[in-house]
Ligand binder design. Sequence first.
Ligand code: ATP
Ligand code: MN
Length: 479
Amino acid sequence: MFNIRTRIKELLSMEPQGQDITVMGWVRTFRNNQFIALNDGSTNNNLQVVLELGKFDEDTLKRITTSASLKVSGKLVASLGKGQKMDLQAETLEILGDSDSEVYPLQPKKHSLEFLREIAHLRFRTNTFGSVFRVRHALAFAVHQFFNEKGFVYMHTPIITASDAEGAGEMFKVTTLPFDQTPRNEDGTVNYSEDFFGRATNLTVSGQLEGELGATAFGEIYTFGPTFRAENSNTARHLAEFWMIEPEMAFFDLEDNMNLAEEFIRYIIKYVMEKNREDLEFLAQRLADEEKQLPQDKRSEMGLIEKLEFVLNNNFERLTYTDAIEILRESNHNKKKKFQYPITGWGMDLQSEHERYLVEKHFKKPVILYNYPAAIKAFYMRQNEDGKTVAAMDILAPGIGEIVGGSQREERFENLTARMKEMHIPEEELWWYLDTRRFGTVPHAGFGLGFERMVQFVTGMTNIRDVIAFPRTPKNAEF
Ligand code: ATP
Ligand code: MN
């Protein structure tokens, strides 16, 4: 058996008493032919391995280079040096894998995030990405724990779908038809009956419609899976492939929906605050250092941890779209024509600069906007009594903008089909969806939380490409 080792994170919390320990990991640095900083990915903190002078031969010492992998056994003793509490006094040392430090791209110095994106296959070995991806893991775990504790059923909705009616974004086609000799109908359109599924299919943009089928049977479900959008938006918060969490609840109205979303966001933040304190502290320091290079007015008012604590301790501001438009219209920012898109009035879609103004300048806290104009929202959102708005809600977070989009769903068959007709969505395509309204329809609601945006919020990473292992964005699918 090979896998007998102590993880460095666990080891660093032990009292050094000369106990026999085996560790395995990768060399971060090696000084004076004596001191190895060894990292195994369980924490950013390295273990100092001390090699007694003369105990290991020259050849072995030469092979201890940055990123070489080692197995070391020895005694855990109190450190004589300052900077660390304990050392591993090496008795045996085995090089598991050599690493040519001449060509190894990660040197023990600060690299830019842009450079690290070019070597995304190795960037997990840096402190920043170590912390980001441990936090990402913890958030994902907390998501499941939250819904499991609440009795929700985890539902796997399909990745390949035939419905293109949802309208959440541009879709990627899934096909095995040849490009050069595409089978055609008489009118020149592609003959999808010869395609793999016998019809046109796409990668999903959202699991919501299928989620509603689950909710109207189990009561409460959630999905947590990849979604795809072929939108050509090269921003710091859009990916072509991202992960979304979509709870869907029967017997919920819009307010219940907002309450659940707030509780959920707090729960997962609290979880990482407890479990990943060290990583968050590292990321907070990283962010503070990064912001030092910005002009004063571009820096965050709160540190990362302070911000997360603030979210735990303060309710989100809730206001209607209509009130938000008034605030924006009356703002000095608008009067001084500082918005790129001026506030033209009720009915306009809000741009991210408007959302960020509300959150970062006006309220200085997360905001839930609700009751949006029907015209700018999806067909399935519940029509309000006023005949103009729908029971939609978006949650806007400081530094990110929209993090959640949700609504109470239109459960009334007649209202839903009338709206579909207005929006030219053929009923035949969604016959299965409409069945939920035919057979025991119930008030229900749900929302979608973009997981990467949540990870951005918690880690303070400004670019969404730095919180997913291998980002897919326009013109980029390396690795
Ligand atoms: P945006 O206006 O920011 O493009 P959206 O209105 O298209 O968002 P929804 O369709 O409501 O977003 O999707 C639900 C959630 O999924 C959003 O609140 C956001 O957190 C996330 N999301 C949407 N598009 C993307 C994307 N391209 N990359 C990463 N996350 C996304
Ligand atoms: Mn979008």
